[in-house]
Write a protein that binds this ligand. Sequence first.
Ligand code: SF4
Length: 384
Amino acid sequence: MNYDAIVQHCRELLEMLPAQAVARAREKHPDVRGLAVFPVYAPVEIIHAAKLMPVGLFGVGNKLEISHADSRFQSFICSIAKSTLELFLRNETDGIEGVVFSSICDVARNLASLVKRNAPQLLVEYLHLPQNMGNSGSAAYTRAEFERFRTNLAAHIQRPITDASIAASLDVYNKVRHLIRALYARRKEHPGSIPTADLYAVVQAGTRMMPEDYLPILEAFLSEARRRNPRPRDSVHVVLEGAFCEQPPALLIDTIEGAGCQIKDDDLVVGFRWFQEHVGCNGDAMGALAEAYLHCSVYSSVRHDWRHRRTEGLLRRVQDAGAAAVVFTPAKFCEPALLDYVPFVEVLDKNKIPHIKLEFEEKMWTFEASRTEVETFSESMLFE
Ligand code: SF4
């Protein structure tokens, strides 16, 4: 497949609801079933080792009308919570064994309980991820939490999930993350070689297929991207921050890049590319995953690590990308993103790094206001 065909294929997968993506995967893997993963991070290696397909839950965009979930939630809540509940209330779960949430915010906690109550036939797991990364007991605690997940999942599907299969899955996901890191590096070094809307589609589509089918697509896309060398254009190089959970509409990303900004780094779909380095197994895959969560994770507004401030993480991301500005893209009503917005802005102002905020929600129909804002922002920087 060439570059355009890959992007097109990935966009088609993203048009599918999670159950439809599982049905598509079953055309090639007739016995496979899915396990839905609510963002941000989950140990997908354990799910894959259970011979299940980890399926990203990133809301439903404009694909489904929200008619049931509205009555279960207050109105001032992020779209992804409502649309995820809507999926389960409508039983859009064919071929899906269950869903895993984690302790990212109060909304996700309540959502997990609501799904459990309304979909009793499914396995609904809630991972209590560690809040203290540097304590002497943190590694044992994290491992125990991952082990609890493995035990409950194995009991639900009624087959064991062996250490050897987790090690094999870790190997597969290491390769996936390595290729995605290479794509991110390519975009950073050759701005414009991969429009971010394309990269976004390809990375997110990885949550809609088996990773072994995804690897050749990533390899082909990387080799195509390395051949592309578009002429540089006048633009402001920016970092995108704040869309780590609910994902912005692709048209918003297009709008940002079409209105004078070139995105050099971002936190889109970050949970599926969570580890910054290769995770060595050393004969103990579960221990390796726990250690990697504690010491090798990206910074994120839903992960609290007193050893490394998130404000430092953002500054480093801007510097490493050679970016001149930051575009904040928090989902509407996303507490972790909006709470971090305050210290982030403080540190950017102190370092004289311009920034702009564009909130989004799933059902956005028009992007003209965002286009005007970004155009004004980028022109003010380009022609100052
Ligand atoms: S978008 Fe924000 S508030 Fe909503 S579930 Fe995700 S982290 Fe929580």
